[in-house]
Design a protein around this ligand. Structure first.
Ligand code: SF4
Length: 344
């Protein structure tokens, strides 16, 4: 955690005039705090590029991502993106949750990149590193511009979120789905409200996310649900999975993916500290499960799939059938008006 000198004025917005070298490297314009987002500092940057290319060796089903934010106030203890904050000279713990980098020009830069003749309109994944509908999106509204840029260029996209703010953009997503492939997924793996407030303290409640699933379906879009990460000893009982999958099915989800927790890099220490404080009896079991590395052992993964398969069948939830293929050439249509980020 770093100390950040703040000055409060006028409407309660403060601007900092110092900057960490890591932030200067990525185009810091200013750092601001506002009472509406207590405890959170937004670092507004002008990014030079928006599309990130995933290394070819990656096992991921998409090759391009866009992330308008770095850091995430959803603050999930297990978040695998935490170590990325260390490149900015922040720590992977509280800083990741409270020092949020905002690429205020991301939609304009993306629009420019998508105009390149070399762009093959491969599916772009949103929400792979930080949540595009975390609370900051209510203030900066980056997503309408990103959705508009992708749609106008004929590029299909997928969204993965825990954020109920996505409801705001449902009309835009429905319109986009008439022109390009759009895939929407909600992440929901903790059904117990007490555990949710411990392990995903900045996220909307499980009930609110079930409501989001229903709203997505009511809008006429499919809704995949990522039941991940399943936490050994906390959310992997047949009882918890049965209850959660039945509620996900009742909310109208079209398909689910279920997999267990990965613990890698500095996230491991941040998660294990939390586990030692809140569930000390499980520490030994986690050490045993993750003694060989970031992934759960094969026998645990096989056990989880055996437990989940009959439940997925019982609730008639399909496996992930989303496609991440290239798009056909775009039709000639008038561009959607670019939406400027709302700074205040
Ligand atoms: S919502 Fe996603 S990106 Fe945000 S903290 Fe949780 S796991 Fe990380």
């Amino acid at each position: 955690m770093f100390a950040w000198g703040m000055r409060w004025d006028g409407q309660g917005v403060s601007v900092d005039d110092g900057a960490l070298p890591g932030l200067q490297r990525i185009g810091l314009v200013r750092s601001v705090r506002t009472p509406a987002f207590e405890g959170i500092t937004f670092h507004e940057v002008l990014c030079k590029s928006a599309l990130n290319k995933i290394p070819a060796a990656s096992m991921l089903p998409f090759r391009y991502t866009v992330n308008g934010y770095r850091g995430c106030s959803h603050a999930c203890r297990y978040c695998f993106a935490r170590p990325t904050h260390e490149y900015l000279e922040f720590d992977c713990g509280r800083d990741f949750d409270t020092q949020v980098v905002v690429k205020t020009n991301v939609a304009d830069v993306l629009r420019r990149e998508l105009r390149r003749p070399s762009w093959m309109r491969e599916t772009v994944a949103l929400g792979t590193n930080t949540d595009p509908y975390q609370r900051a999106e209510g203030r900066y509204a980056l997503m309408p511009g990103i959705i508009g840029a992708l749609t106008d260029s004929g590029t299909g996209f997928s969204i993965l979120t825990k954020g109920t703010l996505l409801r705001r953009d449902l009309p835009l997503l429905v319109e986009a789905a008439h022109r390009v492939d759009v895939s929407v997924a909600v992440s929901l793996a903790v059904g117990d409200p007490d555990l949710h407030s411990q392990v995903e303290p900045g996220t909307p409640t499980p009930q609110a996310r079930l409501g989001l699933i229903s709203a997505i379906r009511d809008a006429g879009l499919g809704c995949h649900v990522m039941v991940a990460p399943v936490l050994p000893g906390l959310t992997d009982s047949e009882e918890h999975l049965d209850d959660l999958l039945s509620r996900i099915a009742a909310a109208g989800a079209t398909s689910v993916t279920v997999f267990g927790l990965h613990l890698r890099g500095s996230t491991r220490g941040w998660f294990m500290d939390w586990l030692a404080q809140t569930h000390p009896a499980l520490v030994g079991e986690y050490r045993r499960l993750y003694r060989r590395g970031a992934y759960l052992p094969a026998d645990y993964r096989a056990m989880l799939q055996r437990r989940v398969a009959p439940l997925v069948a019982r609730y008639r939830l399909a496996p992930d059938r989303r496609s991440f293929r290239e798009q056909a050439p775009p039709p000639q249509v008038a561009p959607t008006a670019a939406v400027q980020p709302m700074l205040f």
